[in-house]
Design a protein around this ligand. Structure first.
Ligand code: NI
Length: 188
């Protein structure tokens, strides 16, 4: 396993539409293992393959990182600092995910993204979805998902279409966020 470099805006690869996975081989397993290691190291709760520069429809999510000693920093997707007790990891892999039945009811979360560092903003998404995906062996799964996992999965699925959470903001809010990021980078 290896930690891979997470690409950040304005890297043009973040706008790429990722390809469907058709081969479930050892290189896919290596990619997924590397993505988990990279996500836990960041730390984050979700990561799409394109964020490490691989344009494949592969997502990893773990809402319960057992960050040893580390501050329970929220994540890719949620600016709130969760006061998680140390918990067991719950790694989940979603390959070729599809959103089937988004609820009309919406939920708002304060989202962030490892490719848009230090920026958080509230995004409204369907609160509950039916999702279909394949696992690392290519087996099909289908499940109704709600709560933070629903938000996280939708955020990660956006990456597969080249969409970032800031693309859901109004133009003014997006410009403010990008300006803030620019200032933070200049100060670094
Ligand atoms: Ni993200």
């Amino acid at each position: 396993m290896a930690i891979r470099e997470i690409i950040e805006i304005p890297d043009p690869r973040l706008k790429v539409v990722s390809d469907v996975v058709t081969v479930f081989d050892d290189s896919l397993k290596t990619l997924v293992a590397d993505m988990f290691e990279t996500m836990y190291d960041a730390p984050g709760i979700g990561l799409a393959a394109i964020q490490v520069g691989v344009p494949l429809r592969v997502l990893v999510i773990d809402l319960q990182p057992d960050d040893e000693g580390a501050e329970p920093v929220a994540c890719d997707h949620d600016g709130h600092h969760h006061h998680h007790q140390p918990t067991k990891r719950e790694p989940r892999v979603f390959i070729n995910p599809e959103l089937i039945d988004p609820s009309e009811e919406h939920a708002v979360y304060n989202e962030g993204c490892l490719s848009v560092p230090e920026i958080y903003a509230e995004v409204e998404r369907p609160a509950r979805i039916r999702a279909r995906w394949q696992d690392i062996e290519g087996k099909q799964h289908e499940e109704t998902i709600d709560g933070l996992l629903a938000t996280c999965l939708q955020h990660e699925m956006d990456h597969l279409e080249g969409v970032l959470f800031i693309d859901h903001l109004s133009r003014l809010k997006r410009q403010m966020a990008l300006k803030k990021l620019q200032k933070l980078r200049q100060a670094a």
